[in-house]
Design a protein around this ligand. Structure first.
Ligand code: GLA
Length: 386
């Protein structure tokens, strides 16, 4: 393990002093997330149930008297640009995440000036754990504390999302940024993505004798970006056909009744969204009643729906899910946007090793890259460390 991963705050503080010859004004951190259930529902005004995990982006930052952004990533190198030059389509590569975050705060709460900033992250990139939201949220928090801006978590998440939508150019929903800002330790967060109301729901696998395993397939298929936008458009078209603001506003019966008008593909896309919303609420109800052990079938049904109706799974994800279930997982599903990235499996603690080995063995049989398997522990959202 690298030194910056063992003590990332010390690593960014040291790198800041070495590179910029002064001390940072503060250090901030924002976590990655896994989504327990509620996939591709957030841009349909629906429900999601993510938890923050103990992987995170950490930034050290200090104001500058001009509008220069000097950005040093311990993983990616250094970039320098003027805040006035940050505009949609103008910043490429990793710098778009922190620069976009500062730009977005400046749109929300001017004036915002330049920053010296050092960044490190132990969130695997392209894994569907929202490494990008972690960087955006850590940077928004830093810039907000230094230059002023909103206190409410929802507004901070919206500022971070705008960076992703407009500067990075990904038409994502609000789940990842809200998870990174507002999740709490020991809980999953039910988020109504229409009202941005949240409910923190107890989620303690260890107390139930369970483990939530994350299987990082370490593949990210290149069609992911175009397919995400295409799914989003299909949902918007389906809502228009159904005469509602968003698919959040219809039931499975409504969708089935409009099958001919929707066409076969849009019908399946819409069916995924409405059945997924129902599964989120069913899982929350079980968690409220302390029945974490009973949510497995809903997780597995979510996977089938994403694979068959929404068509965003991948061979590696299906293999991870099937192998985990065959080896004793109570439920398993892909998590995140899909086309690679991570699956999760809810597993009796005593079976964690068997399940891990079974997944690894099936990946080897298929000739896939060895997956990384690790347990997820629900942690707190973005915070100032120093
Ligand atoms: C990505 C997006 C989220 C959400 C998920 C799918 O993580 O950033 O907004 O749409 O995909 O649930």
């Amino acid at each position: 393990m690298h030194a910056e991963q063992r003590d990332p705050a010390a690593a960014v503080r040291r790198a800041f002093a070495d590179r910029f010859g002064r001390r940072p004004e503060g250090i901030w951190a924002a976590p990655a997330r896994v989504n327990l259930i509620g996939e591709h529902t957030d841009y349909n005004d629906g429900f999601v149930l993510p938890l923050a995990i103990d992987r995170r982006a950490v930034v050290a930052a200090a104001r500058r008297p001009d509008d220069v952004l000097r950005l040093l990533s311990l993983q990616k190198g250094e970039e320098q640009l003027h805040l006035r030059d940050v505009r949609p389509g103008r910043v490429h590569g990793w710098a778009a995440y922190p620069a976009g975050a500062v730009w977005s705060l400046a749109q929300d709460s001017p004036p915002v000036g330049g920053l010296d900033l050092v960044l490190t992250s132990d969130v695997p990139i392209g894994s569907g754990l929202s490494s990008s939201a972690a960087v955006e949220c850590a940077t928004v928090l830093a810039a907000r504390d230094l230059y002023g801006g909103p206190d409410q978590p929802e507004r901070l998440a919206l500022v971070a999302q705008r960076a992703e939508n407009e500067i990075v150019g990904v038409p994502c929903g609000i789940m990842d940024q809200m998870a990174s800002v507002a999740c709490t330790a020991g809980r999953a967060m039910l988020l109504d993505t229409r009202s941005l109301a949240t409910e923190q729901v107890a989620f303690d696998p260890a107390a139930a004798g369970l483990v939530l395993l994350v299987v990082d397939t370490r593949v990210s298929h290149s069609l992911a970006d175009g397919a995400y936008a295409e799914r989003r458009t299909a949902c918007e078209q389906a809502a228009r056909v159904l005469g509602v603001p968003a698919l959040r506003d219809v039931t499975e019966a409504d969708v089935d009744a409009a099958r001919d008008r929707l066409g076969e593909v849009r019908h399946r896309r819409a069916r995924h969204v409405v059945t997924e919303n129902a599964r989120v609420l069913a899982v929350v109800e079980l968690l409220r009643r302390g029945r974490l052990d009973a949510i497995g079938p809903a997780l597995t049904a979510s996977h089938a729906s994403l694979r068959d109706d929404y068509e965003v799974s991948a061979a590696e994800l299906d293999t991870a899910v099937e192998a985990a279930l065959a080896a004793g997982a109570l439920g398993a599903r892909m998590t995140g946007a899909g086309f690679g990235g991570c699956a999760l499996a809810l597993v009796p603690a005593g079976a964690a090793r068997t399940v891990t080995r079974a997944v690894q063995a099936r990946f080897a049989e298929h000739g896939f890259r060895p997956p990384a398997v690790f347990p997820a522990h629900p942690t707190d959202g973005a915070t100032r460390l120093a």
